[in-house]
Ligand binder design. Structure first.
Ligand code: CP
Length: 299
C-alpha cells in the first residue's frame, strides 16, 4: 500500500492516521517497525522531512537508511526501476523525494514494498497531513475552517493542502497572481469535497480566513527563473497587511524553509499568529502515525 498522492486519501484514512497520531504522540514504547528497515531515497535536498522520517523510523523500532542520488549509482545513470527493485528487496518501505512525479510512480511500480511520497514537483502529501493535523490541534477541527493559501498557488504544497483540507471539510481560498493558476486536477478533486475559490485579490481571498498559508516563491527546480518569480509573487507576500484581512485569531502557516522578506515578512512568521514550529514538529508526529498505519496494512 503506497502513499503517493493526496488524491488517493479518503476522509476515513486521514481520520485513522490522525487517531493513530493522537495515540502515538508522546508514546515511545510502541515498536511497529521492529526488525524493519526503511530506505529514504532523496534526489532533492531536505532538512525536516529527512530528519523527521529518520527519527520516526528509529522511534518505531526500525532502521532508517538514507541514500541520495549523488552518492548512489543513480549518479552514474542506473535505471530508477532497478534501484527501486533492489531497495525494495532489502527494505520494508521506501520514502522518496524527487522532483519528477512520474519517477516516483516508476519506483512504486517497480518496488515490491510500500512507497511514500516525501515531495515531488506535484505534491507534498505528508506535509499536508501534518499541516491539517496541526490545524485540528489548534482549532479543534478542520471542518468549517477557511484555509487560504497565498502566493504561488500552482505548486506542490498548495496542491496537497487544498485536497487534504477540503477532504476534512475546510473551504479553501487560493490567492495568487494571474501568472500562477492552480492545477485543475487538484482543484477539481478538492471541489468534490468543499468550496474552493481562486482570486487575485488579497483582500477578498484572505477575508475572514482562519488559517493563512504560504510557501517559497522559488520551488526546487524553479531556480533558473528565480528573479522573475520573485517579481511576480512579491505583491502576495504574507505580511501584516495580509494578516489584517483574516480573522483576529487566524493562524499563520509555512512548511519551511522560509525566506523572510520574500513570501513572508519576519514580523509575521516570528509573530504571535505563527504556528510554523508546531507544523514542523507534527511532521514527525504524522510520519510516525503514517508508517504505523501502512505497516499494519502491508505486513
Ligand atoms: N517542509 C519540508 O519539506 O522541509 P524540508 O525541505 O526541509 O524537508
Amino acid at each position: 500500500m503506497d502513499f503517493l498522492s493526496s488524491l488517493e486519501l479518503t476522509g476515513r484514512m486521514i481520520r485513522d492516521v490522525f487517531s493513530l497520531a493522537d495515540s502515538l504522540k508522546g508514546e515511545r514504547r510502541a515498536k511497529p517497525l521492529a526488525g524493519k528497515s526503511v530506505a529514504l531515497f532523496f534526489e532533492e535536498p531536505s532538512t525536516r522531512t529527512r530528519v523527521s522520517f529518520e527519527v520516526a523510523v528509529a522511534q518505531l523500532g526500525g532502521t532508517p537508511i538514507y541514500i541520495d542520488a549523488r552518492t548512489s549509482q543513480r549518479s552514474r545513470g542506473e535505471e530508477l526501476s532497478d534501484t527501486a527493485r533492489v531497495l525494495g528487496s532489502y527494505c520494508d518501505f521506501i520514502v522518496v523525494r524527487m522532483n519528477d512525479h512520474d519517477g516516483l510512480e516508476t519506483i512504486a511500480k517497480s518496488a515490491p514494498v510500500p512507497v511514500i511520497n516525501a515531495l515531488t514537483h506535484l505534491e507534498h502529501p505528508t506535509q499536508a497531513l501534518a499541516d491539517c493535523y496541526t490545524l485540528r490541534e489548534r482549532k479543534g477541527s478542520v471542518k468549517g475552517l477557511k484555509v487560504a493559501f497565498v502566493g504561488d498557488i500552482a505548486q506542490n504544497t498548495a496542491n496537497s493542502l487544498m485536497v487534504t483540507a477540503a477532504k476534512l471539510g475546510a473551504s479553501v481560498s487560493l490567492v495568487g497572481p494571474c501568472g500562477s493558476r492552480p492545477n485543475p486536477v487538484y482543484v477539481r478533486e478538492a471541489r468534490r469535497h468543499a468550496s474552493v475559490t481562486v482570486t487575485e485579490s488579497m483582500e477578498k481571498g484572505l477575508d475572514g480566513a482562519d488559517a493563512l498559508y504560504t510557501d517559497t516563491f522559488v520551488s526546487m527546480g524553479d531556480e533558473a527563473e528565480a528573479a522573475r518569480r520573485r517579481r511576480l509573487f512579491m505583491p502576495y507576500q504574507l505580511d501584516r497587511k495580509a494578516l489584517s484581512y483574516a480573522k483576529r485569531d487566524a493562524v499563520v502557516m509555512h512548511p519551511l524553509p522560509a525566506h523572510r522578506g520574500e513570501e513572508i515578512s519576519a514580523d509575521v512568521i516570528d509573530g504571535p499568529h505563527s504556528i510554523v514550529w508546531e507544523q514542523a514538529l507534527n511532521k514527525l508526529t504524522i510520519e510516525r502515525a503514517l508508517l504505523a498505519y501502512l505497516s499494519k496494512r502491508a505486513h
